[in-house]
Design a protein around this ligand. Structure first.
Ligand code: ZN
Length: 259
């Protein structure tokens, strides 16, 4: 919400009409999908304005964001994750509290159809300098979830904002992925704990790769694009043995999903 006009078009006047239009189109198509999706997940950066820099604009964007997603079929839960734009590049207890009061927990797990889903707050891996205790809690929680998953031998799917890597687990430090020293530790833990797929955002392009056979998929935005992709959604089919995923632009998004 707000990135197209301010960042892509460099228009100093705040506005997010285009995102509203794209969001409403996406919701209308998802509502028609059959079978109904089990849930709809947005991997962070729900709105563009940083809460600590432009609080007034942020509030307006959040209001409009919620208006769009209130129209989602009530039988299709909306799962929101926080991105750097939602809690700040360097989160503080204030920005985390603001996020939680507006959207709920900034990290959590849930079950669906025998699969354990984890929603992370990847900003704790990026810069926890002002929230070391919160980052510790997040880390403890994640370790416990992975431990449980290992004991239960359950399949795990992870959602996060910043991807571990864009295409290659050995890639060097870059703005869009998590630092290599932290990346390696968690990828190895994930791999050993039953994680079968990781989904992320942040890049505003489609990308992805795999770590020892565990795919990390990056989905572009429903709004502003920084590459050649079109705004769209990824449909993920969790089958008996595998997880299949295909990205569709809004123009191509099907309403009948073959399971
Ligand atoms: Zn981001």
């Amino acid at each position: 919400m707000g990135m197209i006009q301010s960042y892509v078009e460099k228009n100093p006047v705040p506005g997010w009409k285009k995102e509203i239009e794209l969001g409403e189109r996406a919701v209308a198509i998802v509502n028609q999908m059959r079978p109904k999706p089990k849930f709809f997940v947005i991997c962070g950066d729900l709105c563009h304005a940083f809460p600590d820099q432009q609080p007034e604009i942020r509030k307006k964007q959040e209001t409009d964001f919620k208006k769009i997603f209130e129209k989602l079929d009530p039988e299709i839960p909306l799962i929101c994750l926080c991105g750097n734009h939602d809690v700040g590049d360097t989160p503080t207890t204030e920005t985390i509290d603001l996020y939680r009061s507006s959207f709920g927990d900034d990290f959590f797990s849930f079950w669906y159809g025998g699969v354990r889903f984890l929603a992370l707050n990847s900003q704790y891996f990026e810069d926890a300098s002002k929230v070391p205790e919160l980052a510790q809690k997040h880390e403890k929680w994640l370790n416990e979830e992975l431990q449980l998953a290992k004991q239960e031998e359950s399949r795990v799917i992870v959602f996060q904002h910043i991807p571990w890597f864009l295409s290659d687990p050995d890639e060097e430090t870059n703005y869009f992925s998590i630092k290599p020293n932290i990346r390696k530790v968690w990828l190895e833990k994930f791999k050993n704990s039953g994680v079968v797929h990781v989904f992320a955002g942040h890049l505003h392009r489609n990308a992805g790769g795999s770590y020892k056979g565990m795919p990390v998929t990056v989905t572009t935005a429903m709004g502003a694009q920084l590459g050649d992709d079109m705004p769209g959604l990824r449909i993920v089919r969790v089958l008996q043995k595998e997880v299949e995923q295909v990205f569709y632009s809004l123009d191509e998004l099907p309403t009948v999903i073959d399971l």
